[in-house]
Design a protein around this ligand. Sequence first.
Ligand SMILES: [Zn+2]
Length: 262
Amino acid sequence: MTPITVAALVVLLTWLERRRPLRVEVEPKTVRISRNLSVAALAALTVQAIEIPLVRPVAIAVEHRGWGVTGALPVPRWLAVVTALLLLDYTLYVWHVLTHRVPWLWRMHVVHHVGRDLYASTALRFHAAEIAASVPWRAAQIVAIGVSPDVLVLWQSCVLGAILFHHANLRLPPALDRALSWVVVTPRMHGIHHSAVRAHTDSNWSSGLAVWDRLHGTFRDDVPQEAITIGVPAYSRPGDVTLLTIVALPFVRQRPSWELRP
Ligand SMILES: [Zn+2]
């Protein structure tokens, strides 16, 4: 997805968010957007400086040598591509669970979760350290699954479109949201994943297709959005989530995330 397409999608979702908000806004818009985009800029730099130079050559080698599951399958090309996309989406589900379960990964992923609002721009707000930490996982996905550079670009565009959509503060008609949640992750589903209640956050880990949560029994849609406080209890005050604080967050002593500060 080109930067212009991403910008156009963010503008469209931002317009829809204003017309049909799903949750009440907590922080001032300008503060939130400038903070999200600043973290996103550092993430984008990391993608350009580290991820692409390391991962793309792996995908090129995989294509030349026919490595990976899909390279070994005696199936037509289109079916191999579909299989690769499904396996990439599933292994992203696994990675997302790991970023919550493994303490040194959580201290990076928590930066994405401490936001006290959830909007399309939150989808771009991942700490640069988390992007860097995901590079070996991405390389392993590419080698094990057999992902060519073209399929990698296609998948990354699909994921980006999907995460911009499900982070949006967008109230879809409930029946539509419910029907869509059989196929893809919806804003209501992902709102529950960003709840400050740990039992809620430990659900809805999928990024693209919702099927992985359905299969693992981690799908939840039983929490009304009005009952959700977005964020992480230990970082629930405005001063806990300033730009400098969250950029430094992975590198400082961690508070117990799920305990509300007195
Ligand atoms: Zn998460």
